[in-house]
Design a protein around this ligand. Structure first.
Ligand SMILES: [Fe+2]
Ligand SMILES: [Fe+2]
Length: 156
């Protein structure tokens, strides 16, 4: 089965987002655990694992379309040095991924590749949930104050 080149390019671009997210959240989880913020560490670990699964599904779809899974050069990740900066960095990544997905879903639809469209739409659903979670946490940092917020991250 031969996929449309634009759909393959969109899938590969998204693969790059997912592999970047996987590494970024893994690093943030390790840092949070090191600081003693066990709740955040567990959640970051779960997001990192989710990205691995997403990346595997995207790669499988690219191969099914008769193409090579060649993600764009991996984006640079820099483990942000504080919890609020980690949340902001993650939010920026998730937001960019969601923007890309919205356009990619439309292009897959235009190419009548409904399976890729549905897969990308499912990924978009997860990105939107992740973005909502990040917005909630960022909101809590400002409503509770950083000290109170961090206090609540010590235990899971
Ligand atoms: Fe993602
Ligand atoms: Fe994902």
């Amino acid at each position: 089965m031969k996929g449309d080149a634009r759909v393959v390019a969109d899938l590969n671009r998204y693969l790059s987002f997912e592999l970047t997210g996987h590494r970024q959240y893994l690093l943030h989880a390790a840092m949070c655990r090191h600081w003693g913020f066990e709740r955040l560490a567990r959640i970051q670990d779960a997001y990192s694992a989710e990205e691995t699964q997403h990346a595997a599904r995207i790669a499988a779809r690219i191969l099914m379309l008769g193409a090579s899974a060649l993600p764009e050069e991996l984006r640079t990740i820099a483990g942000a040095p504080t919890v609020p900066e980690q949340l902001a960095l993650d939010r920026a990544l998730v937001h960019d991924a969601a923007l890309h997905l919205r356009a990619a879903v439309e292009r897959a639809e235009g190419c009548a590749d409904y399976v890729s469209r549905d897969l990308l739409r499912e990924m978009l659903d997860d990105e939107e949930r992740h973005e909502h979670w990040l917005d909630t946490e960022i909101g809590l940092v400002s409503s509770l104050g950083l000290e109170n917020y961090l206090q609540a991250q010590l235990r899971d």
